[in-house]
Ligand binder design. Sequence first.
Ligand SMILES: C[S@@+](CC[C@H](N)C(=O)[O-])C[C@H]1O[C@@H](n2cnc3c(N)ncnc32)[C@H](O)[C@@H]1O
Length: 230
Amino acid sequence: MKTKNHSSHYPEEYTRGWVEFFYQRFVVSESTLIPRLETESLVREAIAFARINKPDICIDIGTGSWAIVLSLLSAIHIPHVYATDISKNALTVAQRNMENHGKNITLITGDLLEQFFENTLLENNKSILLVTNLPYIKQDDWEHMSEDTKYEPMLALFWWTNTGFELYEKLFLQVNTFIEKYTPSNLTILAEMGEDQKDIATHILKSYGWEFSFFQDLRAIERFMRIKIR
Ligand SMILES: C[S@@+](CC[C@H](N)C(=O)[O-])C[C@H]1O[C@@H](n2cnc3c(N)ncnc32)[C@H](O)[C@@H]1O
């Protein structure tokens, strides 16, 4: 196992314990991904969407440090906000960020949306926005990763299969169950994906019959999905 003493590639964000994201500071540790500049485009889109559509509920799935959802809440009020992550360690960091930023978010540990099936957490017929940046790097890409990235949690980066898109496929299956249980009046997903995943995303989203489009990061690369489910 690597330690910070063994390499000059150890991320300086972990050494100092914070990162700047969307004009604010967030606590990070080796338990969380270091939020990336490109993810700010997802936040901008979520803010624009929420200003127009005024969702009752926002759920950030795979929230890590909570940088996405706390940035969103710094710009706009959403009445009910949930953040889920499968990693208990990541949620400890998220809790510190929530306290630092003075926001009220319901913290949920679990696999994607599963806690929403096991417990009834939401009212029916609400307008819901899901935001997410799930792990999407595929196994074959490990050797091409930069050295500093290899200090970040594997759970935050990798889904150990062929395309890297399988966790999104699992989420889409869960969304169907979510709709049956909560019958949302509106449901939109804004999600980050890999820059080589547009074709697979298109193929899979078409099979659901959902309305979808892609939007770009700051380098004009289409790497975000905008999925209007209802
Ligand atoms: C790419 S990181 C994104 C973190 C943060 N949202 C961001 O953009 O900086 C993916 C996150 O998803 C979490 N995760 C991985 N598998 C998950 C699962 N099955 N259910 C929920 N969260 C998961 C990881 O622990 C990690 O925090």
